[in-house]
Design a protein around this ligand. Structure first.
Ligand SMILES: Cc1cc2nc3c(=O)[nH]c(=O)nc-3n(C[C@H](O)[C@H](O)[C@H](O)COP(=O)(O)OP(=O)(O)OC[C@H]3O[C@@H](n4cnc5c(N)ncnc54)[C@H](O)[C@@H]3O)c2cc1C
Length: 601
């Protein structure tokens, strides 16, 4: 289809093509995203009520996209004798620097036990075992017990394959290669503030589809792909977070972007750069060495390479800033001292990935750099996955509050599968009570369509325009809103993001064809990334202390733990508003521990 058409009124003049019309579909439950959260939610909702019409809409192919598939290290769960949910909870709270919502963290650690048994016994996942038949659990940084269940170092593939098989087997409706664009509010005073459904774009045809749904689960999985080095899959561009923000929902902890310390550094020209080399490598005894060949972590933390991700990332960044770097500008990860055959056996996937890029992980050294990995922040939600908006639920990396200032390795996939299941159960019960289809507000629906259509309305379309904007976005976020922040850098980032947003809004698409128009989707991705980057910067400017992943060189102190606050950001009339909200210590107060029998809130 052409982006422009000849006007009848003025011969030769060109007027905008209104674009394709919107098709309509109906479902009981629409799930956005097919990672661990989305798929477990679908299975739970279906088990609770097989008569429900459940639709999963996903930007890529079901089972093949998102980050759950990329999970390498494993899944935290307190199973072994000597470990306990209280210990897992305390590690999560202390790792999160007392910012997690304690009821959410408790739901995570207790729900993980139920979910891992379900994954094994009902869904058929095979995890590695000890000689005595018990589940093998390995060490992950920042934890006081070896509690990470895994399948070699390719745990996510095992989980996703089994989940996807079950979804296919149960006839759950799928909209693959469908991109969610915006939530659409219901029409009418009686339904004010309620959700009518979601506008999507069918990537294969370019058609718009409005899916009217009684309930919607947001599970598009965050993903900080606005940083120069990042780990998440290419389909992730913070779409769900941007949609939630435009819909007026509050986001929390958005300043908390986790950098994984060891992203592969294979040069700027390859997408392999930034992909993660798992934490278990350091857990098993791997060394970090700077460009001079010296180990440096002991200078930064007594736990050395086993310190939490935030500390290791900052230490590497400091070595980089001091110029003690490898040829490509990072540091080395070295495993050879643990015995090459042993490393090859324990970390087969990692060894092969490094070999693909010309590095010998088993016997030599691999260049690594901190890489943006995970967003602790997301939509505010309750332990039953409800949000401020009736009928809109959230689970997985799109949600905020479970991890606080720092996510423990292994708590990510636990988070998505635990809360995915909770969401499925909650939604099935909610639908039985309150579920109803609502008519969309025509103005809101058209506004959503017009927003997606806007790039076709502009004439400017320099080749490489989007690439240039993306490159500058990477630089702004890495340099001024990355591992170390300060007021001047964040102010620079805020104005640079405004300018990039305006430039993108004025950038058009040369080719008016909508079917598989990846330039169009690239532009939509960038718009969401810039919108969410602004939230990150706004939250980072609001937090004038240093906690976990958020480090301000102008405010290096942690601040008083007992008066901890989290940052809530909300969009009102195109403006971002931020506020500091007190953390409620519902289970344990700072300085106390659930492991101490005399402890309490
Ligand atoms: C390389 C890597 C390794 C990791 N290793 C571990 C580990 O060892 N242990 C651990 O606990 N965690 C790990 N994590 C984190 C973990 O992957 C995430 O915490 C978790 O998988 C997130 O699950 P999710 O369901 O929320 O999102 P995802 O699994 O990312 O799924 C998101 C889904 O949403 C879809 N989507 C996105 N945008 C749209 C849109 N606009 N419309 C429709 N669909 C959309 C995507 O296509 C995808 O299907 C790792 C992450 C990465 C990147």
């Amino acid at each position: 289809m052409s982006a422009t058409k000849r006007s009848r009124a003025i011969p030769g003049a060109v007027e905008p093509d209104p674009g394709p019309r919107v098709k309509r579909q109906r479902t009981d439950l629409l799930i956005l995203g097919a990672g661990g959260a989305g798929l477990v939610a679908a299975l739970h909702a279906h088990s609770a009520n097989p008569a429900l019409h459940v639709t999963i809409a996903v930007k890529g192919l079901l089972g093949k996209c998102g980050c759950t598939r990329m999970v390498q290290g494993g899944y935290n769960v307190a199973l072994a004798p000597g470990d306990s949910v209280e210990r897992h909870f305390m590690d999560t709270i202390e790792g999160g620097k007392w910012l997690p919502d304690q009821d959410l963290a408790w739901a995570l650690v207790t729900g993980a036990i139920e979910r891992i048994h379900e994954l094994e016994n009902e869904l058929g996942c095979f995890f590695d075992r000890n000689a005595d038949g018990s589940m093998h659990q390995k060490a992950f940084a920042g934890q006081t017990f070896d509690r990470t269940v895994h399948k070699g170092d390719l745990t996510g593939i095992e989980i996703m394959n089994r989940l996807a098989e079950q979804v296919w087997a149960r006839g759950i409706h799928r909209l693959e290669e469908h991109r969610a664009l915006d939530f659409v509010a219901a029409a009418g005073k009686d339904d004010a503030g309620a959700l009518a459904g979601v506008l999507l774009a069918d990537i294969r045809t370019g058609d718009y589809v409005f899916v009217q749904a009684k309930a919607v689960l947001l599970a598009t999985g965050g993903g900080p792909t606005m940083y120069r080095f990042h780990t998440p899959s290419g389909d992730k561009s913070c779409d769900g977070l941007a949609m939630a923000m435009r819909f007026g929902l509050p986001l929390r902890d958005m300043e908390m972007v986790q950098f994984h310390p060891t992203g592969l550094l294979a040069g700027r020209e390859t997408r392999m750069t930034g992909t993660v080399l798992e934490e278990g490598l350091r857990g098993a005894g791997g060394y970090l060495q700077n460009g001079d060949g010296n180990r440096f972590m002991e200078r930064y933390d007594e736990r050395a390479e086993r310190a939490t991700r935030d500390i290791v990332s900052r230490a590497i960044y400091a070595e980089m800033r001091a110029g003690r770097t490898t040829p490509n500008g990072g540091v080395y990860l070295s495993m050879g001292h643990l015995g090459p055959a042993n490393v090859r056996r324990q970390f087969k996937g990692m060894v092969e990935r490094c070999a693909d890029c010309g590095f010998d992980l088993a016997a030599g050294k691999v260049e690594v750099v901190p890489t943006a990995h995970y967003m602790m922040g997301g939509v505010e939600f309750a332990p039953d996955c409800t949000t401020e908006c009736a009928g809109l639920f959230v689970a997985g990396e799109d949600s905020g509050g479970v991890h606080g200032a720092n996510r423990l390795g292994g708590n990510g996939v636990a988070n998505s599968t635990v809360f995915g299941g909770v969401a499925g159960d909650t939604i099935a019960a909610w639908l039985a009570r309150d579920g109803a289809w609502r008519e969309p507000d025509a103005v809101a629906l058209e506004a959503a369509r017009a927003r997606a259509e806007a790039p076709f309305m502009h004439r400017r379309s320099d080749p490489g325009a989007l690439e240039s904007i993306r490159g500058r976005l990477y630089d702004v976020m890495w340099d001024d809103a990355g591992i170390v922040r300060d007021a001047a850098g964040l102010a620079r980032a805020a104005s640079a993001l405004d300018a990039l947003g305006a430039e993108l809004a004025a950038t058009g698409i040369r080719d008016g064809e909508r079917a598989f128009n990846l330039t169009w989707h690239d532009g939509l991705n960038l718009a969401n990334l810039i919108a969410v980057s602004k939230v990150i910067v706004r939250a980072a400017r609001t937090r004038e202390n240093s906690r976990g992943a958020h480090y301000r060189s102008d405010y290096p102190d942690t601040g008083d733990l007992s008066t901890s606050t989290f940052v809530r950001v909300r969009q009102r009339d195109e403006r971002l508003e931020a506020e500091a909200v007190p953390v409620r210590f519902t289970r344990v107060a700072p300085g106390r521990s659930l492991l101490d029998p005399w402890s309490g809130p």
